[in-house]
Design a protein around this ligand. Structure first.
Ligand code: LLP
Length: 414
């Protein structure tokens, strides 16, 4: 687990920027990008972490981006991506599209990865000749929770595999240009299942009576969340998709670009959330450590029962593993809501953890939160968004200031 060894100056940064605080390591992001270099295109799914400085780093590393909203398109442009570059710097993926987003897509020449027949009809009628991908739901999926499974009959995402012929008919009707086929079936890796997904994409490619130039493997590459868990074998992952690409190339009779669209894999292990311990209280069942971060900051444990490693940084600068005895704790936040607990399973049952005894004033560090951490934060209980810091070695800089209550109130000045 790389995040435990990030070696970031956590205490100094909290002294400077306050708590709670997100801290990211650019080296870890760079290392993860390197692991996927075999793919022709690494298209970062920015929903995982869309801070514009992270996007700029991705651009420097040669990645391009996927955007799923007008806001994410604007972020991509602010980070310097060009939708008209080769390969396109931005692709817009969605199942629906509003007027404002259509205008943005047209103004910047952004290819659209279409997830429903209605959206294809809407785009075709308003922008005949536009460049499109089709996102296909192969009829099965995979997820670390039902909420992250994006394939199969229970998923709202993508064009159902049996409707591909209707999609092609719409593409012809409006003279849309088919750039590629896309399949993202969810998060988490199981190679046997992945082989099935690759097979499904090849099968669809063979019955698409229309030329195209790219395929996208989507995202979903998992990260090890507990010490000792195995990470993704990027070479194995590539090999399965590369074989699929060759089959599609043989069928089409020309070269096909192979894209991958990871979010979590590139940034999860690069991020920490640091919180301060404000109280410790005992009930007959649990010893609660109460910190100043809540599910308004990190919602994954409350939403999916996600596990994040937690470590203790004593206020006196000592090493917790040496200076403290180990106890059993539940970790919770400041929100006025019972579910504001970081140590819970997917049914909401509290799961106590063993770690060195924290004291009021210590810092707790939540690991592997660079993906779907800050990007899923909210202002619940009128709590401002926490600051974000990006480190290159021990050189760190603020990449988002802490939101203020005045920022929140100013939206309501009307
Ligand atoms: N491409 C598409 C079309 C997607 O819908 C997603 C994720 C990705 C790529 C990137 O998936 P990744 O490589 O990050 O697994 N909030 C949840 C994850 C939701 C993912 C939604 N779509 C979480 O915290 O686990």
């Amino acid at each position: 687990m790389a995040a435990l060894d990030l070696n970031l100056p956590v205490r100094d940064l909290v002294n400077e920027y306050g708590s709670p605080l997100w801290i990211y390591s650019s080296e870890t992001i760079r290392e993860r990008v390197e692991l996927l270099r075999q793919f022709d295109v690494i298209r970062y799914a920015q929903k995982a972490n869309s801070n514009v400085h992270i996007l700029k780093l991705m651009r420097e590393l040669g990645a391009v981006v996927d955007a799923v909203s007008a806001g994410e398109i604007e972020r991509s442009l602010a980070a310097g991506f060009d939708a008209r570059s080769d390969p396109p710097g931005v692709v817009f993926t969605a199942d629906v599209m509003d007027k404002e987003t259509l205008a943005l897509v047209l103004r910047h020449g952004i290819s659209v990865n279409v997830g429903s027949l209605h959206m294809l009809e809407y785009l075709g009628a308003n922008a005949p000749g536009h460049s499109v991908w089709i996102r296909i739901n192969p009829g099965f999926g995979h997820g670390h929770s039902n909420k992250t499974n994006t394939g199969g009959p229970h998923s709202k995402h993508g064009i159902w595999h049996a409707d591909v012929a209707s999609a092609i008919a719409l593409i012809r009707k409006y003279g849309l240009r088919l750039e590629g086929l896309h399949m993202h079936i969810g998060s988490g890796v199981d190679y046997a299942h992945l082989a099935q997904v690759c097979g499904a994409l090849v099968e669809v490619a063979k019955r698409v009576d229309c030329d195209f130039h790219a395929i996208s493997a989507g995202g979903g590459l998992s990260v090890p969340c507990r010490r000792g868990d195995a990470g993704v074998d990027a070479a194995h992952y590539f090999q399965l998709w590369n074989d699929a690409r060759y089959e599609v190339e043989r069928h089409l009779g020309h070269a096909v670009r192979l894209e991958i669209e990871p979010g979590r894999f590139l940034v999860a292990e690069a991020g920490l959330l640091v919180a301060s311990v404000h109280a410790i209280k005992q009930t007959p069942e649990h010893r609660f450590v109460l910190v100043d971060a809540g599910f308004n900051d990190l919602v994954r444990p409350s939403m999916y029962g996600s596990y994040h490693e937690i470590s203790v940084l004593p206020a006196d600068g000592s090493d917790a593993a040496v200076s403290r005895s180990v106890g059993t704790f539940a970790v919770a936040g400041p929100l006025c809501e019972a579910g504001d607990v970081f140590t819970q399973d997917s049914r909401g049952m509290i799961e106590d953890r063993d770690f060195p005894e924290p004291l009021v004033g210590d810092l707790l560090v939540f690991h592997d939160v660079g993906a779907y951490g800050a990007s899923m934060s909210s202002n619940y209980n009128s709590r401002p968004l926490a600051a974000e810091v990006l480190c290159e070695g021990t050189k760190c800089r603020l990449i988002r200031r802490r939101q203020t209550i005045d920022d929140l109130l100013s939206l309501e000045n009307c």
